[in-house]
Design a protein around this ligand. Structure first.
Ligand code: ZN
Length: 444
């Protein structure tokens, strides 16, 4: 008996030793010296800072940190360091023309998505929130290191009602009541269409089961769908309430696609925590969002071009949405609403993903550089943290502080003085680190 006990103890010690050896072998330490830090919040740069990174976490920040033995050294030479950017309204699976999206097979989607996520990372985005698309496998492949790309907070398929913003069946297709089939986006899990509380609950819970970190619903008409003008309201209050309850029971939140005022009000009244777009709402509604601490996730760049394959009707809705942006941001500035995050909503066009940092420039019509940089870093991080136990990356994102994930950029030039330098990521983003690993370095 004693021998068996001894044997078990020896095996346990051996296993412990092995796991320690493994941990030591895989530990990476990097010291970045002499950076001028924008921490994601403060408008003043802190110059002459060293940042010590152990594995994927920021371990220490300060002046003249002694390099641990074996540490990799990077001299920032006074460059501005920012947190990695966070893009909060992205469609990583949907970067093909509308006809291609509706005719390609899922593996082709996946191959194309690998190119999309690489572009995001090379533009400085270390985290994205996907707000409609079957990105579960893509996220897993990135997390495991098979594909280079940003972290992904997946919503899974956006959920709408029949004839709503997720419904991409042509108007000529047969009704479901007589056995009509779904369009490929629905069949492939990039969109979901439901009616009534039981179907809503099923869809929300299926998304959560697959790994959604938040739930996205459509509460009003959209530019890319066929049947719904921007003014229409989608989902009954009880359907929205059921989705919110199911999400909250899993500790996370619901965000909604909606442009029009009535839909946004319905969202607020039923417990939704974030509104995507929102540019047709009025001051009273935005004030209500401010009072209730609700988030706004707007975009500009997607409305500066007509997505590939849009019909004239869709293009007109797109122009209508663009026209509302100025009013929304003007009201936001007037009432001091700043629960605003960054994102692009680019669909159907990989060449626009390459240019997505133009979103920084577009926003400078209404916001100062530091306000825009906060939107693209700490504000996004705050909203992502609302995923609670469903948060796939539970440490801090969007800030440079001890204990946060080591998602860091070094910039040539000072974006707090000239935000437009970020539109040229190739030349002006000198270093991209995600999770403590360097993916681009043109410093040395
Ligand atoms: Zn969108």
């Amino acid at each position: 008996m004693k021998t068996i006990k001894n044997l078990i103890t020896s095996i346990c010690v051996l296993l412990l030793l092995c796991s320690n050896t493994y941990a030591q072998e895989t530990e990476t330490v990097t010291l970045i010296t002499n950076a001028s830090i924008f921490d994601g919040i403060s408008e003043d740069l802190v110059t002459g800072q060293d940042i010590l990174i152990k594995n994927n976490i920021i371990e220490q920040i300060g002046e003249k940190i002694k390099a641990p033995k074996g540490a990799k050294l990077i001299d920032a030479a006074g460059r501005v360091m920012t947190p990695g950017f966070i893009a909060m309204h992205e469609h990583l699976m949907l970067q093909m023309s509308a006809p291609e999206l509706l005719t390609s097979d899922t593996r082709y989607y996946a191959y194309r998505a690998t190119e999309t996520v690489h572009t995001y990372l090379m533009n400085g985005y270390t985290t994205t929130r996907d707000v409609s698309g079957n990105t579960f496998g893509l996220k897993k492949a990135i997390d495991q290191g098979h594909i280079l790309g940003p972290r992904i907070y997946p919503s899974g398929p956006m959920i709408s009602q029949s004839g709503g913003h997720s419904d991409h069946r042509m108007p000529s297709m047969s009704s479901q009541l007589v056995g009509g089939i779904w369009d490929p986006l629905t069949r492939y899990g990039d969109m979901a269409v439901v009616d009534g509380v039981p179907e809503m609950l099923k869809a929300v819970r299926e998304n959560l089961r697959q790994g959604a970190s938040q739930i996205k619903l459509a509460l009003g008409g959209g530019t890319g769908s066929y049947s719904d003008p921007l003014e229409v309201v989608e989902f009954l209050p009880e359907e929205v309430k059921a989705a919110v309850q199911a999400a909250e029971d899993f500790g996370t939140y619901v965000t909604v696609h909606c442009y029009n005022n009535q839909g946004v009000k319905r969202a607020i009244d039923n417990g939704v925590r974030c509104v995507e777009h929102g540019q047709l709402m009025n001051e009273e509604t935005l004030q209500l969002m401010k009072d209730k601490d609700i988030w706004l996730s707007p975009q500009v760049i997607v409305f500066t071009f007509i997505p590939k394959g849009y019909t004239e009707d869709q293009a007109n809705k797109h122009r209508q949405a663009y026209a509302g942006i100025d009013n929304m941001f003007t009201i936001a500035k007037k009432i001091g609403f700043d629960n605003i995050v960054f994102g692009s909503d680019i669909i159907t066009d990989p060449s626009m993903i390459v240019r997505m940092n133009e979103e920084f420039k577009h926003r400078s019509k209404w916001f100062s550089p530091v306000e825009i940089l906060r939107q693209a870093t700490s504000k996004g991080g705050e909203l992502l943290a609302m995923s609670g136990p469903k948060n796939p990356y539970p440490k801090k994102l969007g800030v440079i502080e001890v204990g946060a994930y080591a998602d860091l950029l070094l910039i040539n030039g000072n974006p707090l003085e000239d935000i437009t330098i970020l539109t040229n990521a190739t030349d002006n983003i000198a270093l991209i680190m995600k999770d403590g690993k360097v993916y681009k370095n043109i410093i040395n």
